[in-house]
Write a protein that binds this ligand. Structure first.
Ligand SMILES: [Fe+2]
Ligand SMILES: [Fe+2]
Length: 344
């Protein structure tokens, strides 16, 4: 079974029967002869992940656990609230949401551009025939280009896909530009979660686990956005365009599958291995990973969504009160809020 892949293999594409073009904008990936969407850079990458997963399972390991319990927490606005706002002509919150998501996706390109530490220096066992040993040999580059595209070639990645979907339903120039928060990872402020290992490795592992959490929870946004775009009562004068926009989101979701898979795989591999500690010894990696992940789950699934929802509320309240229906609309909006989403 093949378990060593070159950079070019991990970044090569299927032969597409048709390129992915929407509204004149070239986007990544393509379609097979049957019209099915095929994600970019997956010809060998998918086979490689499947082979490494088989090896991991044969050795008694498994993909790192990540399930629907990570998909909870309040959202502001949730999809019912968003639909209410749009039905009342308030398109700005939806426009802002899609714009911010696209800009966060664009930042993912850092995965293709940054130099990450060599995990072989940290891990005791040979990782050259594992997904772990391929992170810096094409896996992270493929992932990063999926997110941020190839602007120099005019090929849009996830960032541009969100913008194209947005522009299909809300005319460009309708609203002022918005910027995402500086970081959506857990702010660590110098706190060490894995003091047993050298800091650059802790930072890299923290980065990978934050990325898995963000990628996994992105599903909440895909589902909510699609519900809004597919709501029959909305965008009634351009339903077909709204359905096309929902399809673009579906393609992004399809692309994200291999990202979540790859991250669960490398973390699953790492849990089976040993790492070198700062005091010159070695220890199993599993307790370090599990400790960090438990803390991240409590922040990302329980604390952060409440905080984010409550922080988002005042600006939404202002926009609602400034609209024609003011108080009555705000009342309806608040009745639809998720538990914990409204400030006390
Ligand atoms: Fe993405
Ligand atoms: Fe992703």
């Amino acid at each position: 079974m093949k378990d060593v892949y070159t950079f070019d293999e991990l970044n090569d594409h299927h032969d597409y029967a048709r390129e992915h073009v929407v509204n004149g904008q070239r986007l990544h990936g393509g379609f097979d002869a049957g019209g099915n969407y095929i994600p970019p850079r997956t010809r060998s990458r998918a086979e490689a992940l499947a082979n490494w997963q088989r090896k991991l399972e044969a050795a008694g390991g498994s993909l790192f656990e990540a399930d629907a319990s990570l998909l909870t927490g309040p959202r502001m606005p949730n999809s019912e609230q968003q639909r209410l706002l749009l039905a009342n002509g308030l398109t700005r919150p939806f426009w802002n949401g899609l714009t911010i998501t696209g800009k966060i996706e664009a930042r993912g390109r850092v995965l293709a551009e940054m130099q990450f530490p060599d995990l072989q220096q940290l891990v005791v066992e040979d990782i050259s025939r594992m997904a772990l040993g391929h992170l810096n040999k094409g896996l992270l580059v493929a992932h990063g280009i999926d997110e941020g595209g190839e602007p120099d070639k005019g090929i849009g990645g996830h960032d541009v896909m969100w913008f194209v979907a947005r522009d299909l339903v809300i005319p460009p120039g309708t609203h002022p530009d918005v910027q995402p928060p500086e970081s959506i990872s857990r702010p660590e402020a110098g706190k060490r979660w894995m003091p047993e290992i050298a800091q650059p490795y802790e930072m890299f592992l923290s980065f990978l686990m934050n990325l898995l959490m963000i990628e996994f929870r992105a599903e909440i946004g895909f589902a909510s956005t699609q519900q809004v775009l597919r709501a029959p009562e909305l965008f009634t004068d351009h339903r077909a365009a709204a359905e096309d926009a929902a399809e673009i989101i579906e393609r992004i979701r399809t692309d994200e599958t291999i990202h979540v898979w790859g991250l669960r795989l490398v973390l699953g591999e790492l849990r089976q291995l040993h790492v070198r500690t700062v005091d010159g010894g070695t220890m199993p990696a599993a307790p370090l990973i599990d400790r960090f992940w438990a803390g991240l789950v409590s922040w990302a699934v329980h604390e952060q969504p409440v905080l984010a929802a409550q922080t988002a509320y005042p600006a939404l309240r202002e926009q609602i009160l400034d609209s024609g229906r003011g108080d009555a609309l705000l009342d309806d909006f608040c009745k639809l809020a998720d538990a914990g989403a409204l400030p006390a």
